[in-house]
Design a protein around this ligand. Sequence first.
Ligand code: ADP
Ligand code: MG
Length: 648
Amino acid sequence: MTALLELKDIRRSYPSGDEQVEVLKGVSLSIYAGEMVAIVGASGSGKSTLMNILGCLDKPTSGSYHVAGTDVATLDGDALARLRREHFGFIFQRYHLLSHLSAAQNVEVPAIYAGVAPKVRHQRASELLTRLGLAERIDYSPAQLSGGQQQRVSIARALMNGGQVILADEPTGALDTHSGEEVMATLKQLRDRGHTIIIVTHDPSVAAQAERVIEIRDGEIIANPPPAPGVHDATPITDKPRHTSALQQFIGGFKEALMMAWLAMVANKMRTLLTMLGIIIGIASVVSIVVVGDAAKQLVLADIRSIGTNTIDVYPGKDFGDDDPQYQQALKYDDLTAIQKQPWVQSATPTVSQNLRLRYGNVDVAASANGVSGQYFNVYGMTFSEGSTFNESQLNGRAQVVILDSNSRRQLFKDKLSVVGEVVLVGNMPATVIGVAEEKQSMFGSSKVLRVWLPYTTMSGRIMGQSWLNSITVRVKDGYPSAEAEQQITRLLTLRHGKQDFFTWNMDGILKTAEKTTRTLQLFLTLVAVISLLVGGIGVMNIMLVSVTERTREIGIRMAVGARASDVLQQFLIEAVLVCLVGGALGISLSLLIAFTLKLFLPGWEIGFSPVALVTAFLCSTITGVVFGWLPARNAARLNPVDALARE
Ligand code: ADP
Ligand code: MG
């Protein structure tokens, strides 16, 4: 006949100082299916140590242990967890119920790890509790139950997945006589139903109720009677998990872990909130920097673009500051016409400028008069608050018309409602005001001189009497590369002049520099944000380590009823990720608030929440949770079940 549990020369020693203390000194023992065995011995004789080895919670230092013919030494951690989950049922002296779960939830824990569907396990839990006389106490928490009732809950838990072998370590030790008798009666009933019962006790009256009493003293078996008749052959343990698929197991475990994580978070509200604060600040800064930084960048770039990024200025001479008289007259009207004819040119406008007096009535001010073409205002993106620009015939006819800027308008006309049609003196030439142009507000500030614009033909022909231009501003068609355009202009004009007596300049360089600057700035700010997120993550790690230490006993209980190391790892990882995700969500809300406030104070800013920012935040939270939860979770998963259970 195959023994259900067979120990051969089992030794277990613990390190004590420099030496090893042997607690079990060569125990050999066979227990058969259907037996009710009591292991008795004085306190400290090694009963619990033996029991833990029998239940695969602990491993012997030497010797072999077979469960239904299978050598336990050949099983890995997960297989041992399955054995505990599906074949053994533990009953502890101190019940070892999870205090934050109800009676029914406690009973269900082994079934969760076995992947039993929620409906099935709810039903089985309430059936078991009803059978054990706890029908009315199903939703009570352990603290609301008496010792005897708690022990019955733990018996129900041991039976949840079948509990072929019930291992009870001093099950009556903490109970009064009456409750103890009840528990013993229940165990006897279970024996009658075919369970194998092993009870560890130091109480002879409890031991007397078993058919076979094995005595242990100082780690050695001193009495080992043969099994009573009526025992049967052990059925070999199956390799396949009895219950549902791995996926279902995973989902069940995941849900359980999520609920546990939530409970743990709620149980320590203040602590969780403080831990989260780091994540909240971290995520809020990451999102704000992405969002606000982007808006700021757009603002700067738009500002630069508004002055015309696809414009190229052509000046006479070799470079800025070159006033060599031989070059002064390099740019001619014909050059302008030639440039305007190029297919990639949207518009080209010349400037001929001079500082002149501007007079109206008794007001006399200094102003810069600029001869331009009608397209000038278009090139610089200026708008008209009154009137409009001059037309072709005014240009060709050297019309005596002038466009004022808003400052000159104010100087000359004060609060006059409409100024179009008024005649002012530009230098000594009377000119009719045909428009008031608004200079685009730019971050580079506007000049303090008054500015007026006249047709360049009027300016050069009537006022200055010169036949050359001070500069030509070319607006390139959208999409045409400005570097290419610059080359084209240079080639064209060099060909026309026979030498290069001009130079070109464009805003593209400035745009690139600004782009680079804002990018560098954003990168730097992101670094700061990432550092704050890092600090937040370290906070999470710290609190998770505390949490693992605090809940070591819980981990031990879960492992004893069949949780795999991976279940424990998963649970703590989920907890860390949950803290980070909730923190992340709060962080996003905070950054929304920041963005909203900024929008109120900075109306020009285009602050928009891109999906990129949200995905970044989500990823950052999850990654922080996983990275910083990993170490504590691994610590939890690596705990030895016996050590964890022994921890107070
Ligand atoms: P019993 O359950 O019979 O009272 P135990 O099996 O708990 O006895 O302990 C037997 C002996 O082993 C005791 O002397 C105890 O001090 C020692 N012991 C138990 N666990 C450990 C441990 N983790 N480390 C060191 N010694 C231990
Ligand atoms: Mg003990």
